[in-house]
Design a protein around this ligand. Structure first.
Ligand SMILES: C[S@@+](CC[C@H](N)C(=O)[O-])C[C@H]1O[C@@H](n2cnc3c(N)ncnc32)[C@H](O)[C@@H]1O
Length: 393
């Protein structure tokens, strides 16, 4: 298949990408010619100064590479604020947001919670990217002083969390391992060199990884005799580890995670035989993670069954699992939209279009899922009252 034509980066951006490619190539040589795909993805996204999140790429919004829900419309954060408010009746009024991007969701949540009369809300942000922290600071500084003063950035995980943990499109940005199934044999797909080109390179998976892959495929497909002959996909080991860690630290309260993904049986559907790896560069999407390393986003879909298992292993109860559309409808998105009179076309139309992007099955409404967990909070969260799909996990 012919590769997608991507817009040419600036000379300095291309030079930074070449430096990252050379650094990764050097790592591959020093590791005997092969590194795992998770190590590659980790460097491509988080290498200090050069990775996509570790460096200066623009990332979100119309001028960036992709758009996330809080960048599409403040309606997103306003809806999530209603869910937080419900949980604040049962847990301290503190939000801990992981991976806060441009800070848009924090601004929306703090503003709406204030309008809804929530008092004394504290906001904590844990962010890996130094460049994004600076952007978040600039967004927060634009809030009224009394709200901006409620935000703190944490350099490391809090030992114990009491309140609401939020992560939007966090888990799909965590490095994943890849595997290839070849007539019953499990290979680990990593990265090697062909001359100075980065290429996929497969080798026999070690016993632990092969066992893990077989176990999850057995859950998805049943008897091994019926498995596809050839199949490639990913395992979000770091995402699961993150969820287990967060669950263990959540002493009281809830955790709400939204991401592109599926329950296990759907994620590893036999027809999804090339996996879910996807790259984004200036609103072009394609499947080649070796193009412009450090300048393009690299993501994999989330296995929500694995997320649920990890949270439950950390002692949390699953409070609900549904599509982004169902979550936002349950949280009153249409009522909010109706507050803008349709006759005010210039105001109404952009909001209606944004709502369509958030809700439409063909866009984010169905592809993005929401999952919530809790410790010491009721199992009837507003956002999941209609359309709960926990039984699919
Ligand atoms: C796809 S972006 C989503 C940003 C934002 N939540 C939004 O919806 O616009 C992923 C974000 O997660 C951050 N991130 C990834 N792994 C993280 C981790 N382990 N802890 C905290 N932040 C992380 C990235 O730096 C980035 O800000």
């Amino acid at each position: 298949m012919r590769p997608v034509d991507l817009p040419e980066p600036s000379p300095s951006a291309r030079e930074a990408s070449n430096r990252l490619r050379a650094l990764i190539a050097d790592r591959i040589l020093r590791s005997g010619g092969w590194i795992g795909f998770d190590d590659y993805m980790g460097a491509a996204l988080y290498e200090p100064g050069l990775g996509y999140y570790g460096g200066g790429a623009h990332k979100f919004g119309a001028d960036g590479d992709f758009v996330t829900a809080p960048e599409i419309s403040p309606l997103f954060g306003e809806c999530l604020a209603r869910q937080c408010l419900e949980w604040f009746d049962q847990a301290p009024a503190c939000i801990v947001e992981f991976g806060a991007g441009s800070g848009a969701l924090a601004v929306q949540l703090l503003g709406e919670l204030d309008r809804l009369g929530a008092e004394g809300v504290e906001y904590r942000i844990v962010e890996l990217s130094g460049e994004l922290r600076e952007r978040q600071r600039a967004s927060i500084e634009a809030l009224p002083l009394a709200l901006a003063a409620r935000v703190r950035w944490l350099d490391r995980w809090p030992d114990a969390i009491a309140g609401v943990v939020i992560g939007n499109e966090l888990l799909d940005a965590m490095p994943a391992r890849m595997f290839r199934l070849d007539r019953g044999r499990v290979l680990e797909r990593g990265v090697g060199l062909d001359g100075d080109r980065l290429v996929f390179a497969d080798r026999d998976a070690d016993a632990d990884f092969a066992g893990e892959v077989r176990a999850l495929l057995a859950q998805a497909w049943g008897d091994e005799r019926d498995w596809p002959q050839a199949y490639v996909s990913e395992v979000g080991a770091q995402a699961s580890a993150w969820v287990r860690e967060a669950a263990g630290r959540l002493e009281r309260g809830a955790m709400l995670l939204l991401d592109y993904g599926f329950p296990r049986a759907e994620l590893y559907h036999p027809q999804r035989s090339v996996g879910t790896l996807m790259c984004h560069y200036r609103h072009f999407s394609h499947g080649d993670p070796f193009r412009l390393p450090g300048l393009q986003d690299v993501t994999v879909h989330v296995d929500f069954s694995a997320v649920a298992q990890a949270a439950q292993a950390g002692g949390l109860d699953c409070l609900g699992y549904t599509s982004q559309a169902n979550l936002l409808l349950n949280l009153g998105l249409l009522d909010r939209l109706a507050r803008v009179p349709a006759a005010e076309v210039a105001r109404y139309l952009p909001q209606a279009q944004a709502a369509k992007r958030l809700l439409s099955e063909a866009e984010m409404g169905e592809l993005v899922k929401a999952i919530a967990f809790g410790r010491g909070v009721d199992d009837d969260a507003l956002g999941f009252r209609r359309g709960d799909r926990r039984s699919a996990l």
